[in-house]
Design a protein. Sequence first.
Length: 137
Amino acid sequence: MTALSRCRQIELPTIPNPDGSLAVIEADGGPLPFPIRRVYYLHSVPEGAKRGGHAHRRLEQMLVAVSGRLRVLLDDGAERRSEELSDPTVGLYLPTMVWRELVDFDAGTVCLVIASRPYEPEDYIRDYDEFVAASES
């Protein structure tokens, strides 16, 4: 199974309500295939900007467009694909060793990122050629 084939959309448990629905992500027993160690969000991304441009050796993530829309370009060194995020009840699971670029942010988009590990600079692969070489080994 390739790293890219393990990337998948995960539907979040949602409690509908006429006054506003509630999507749930729980640390234990929730829809995530990893324990939550860090949560952050991207906002105020300027038009035309790209975020990401890296892969992780050990970290797994789930991305959720809690407001707005963006595209995620995914690459495992052998194949590539694109996923659009625009539904706050659906997250995109990213396993280890997947190169990601976040692009085409609509104005006002907020992207929630849930991570399996704390910030560790040594876990990042920021050079694409280094990533491809590591993916082949």
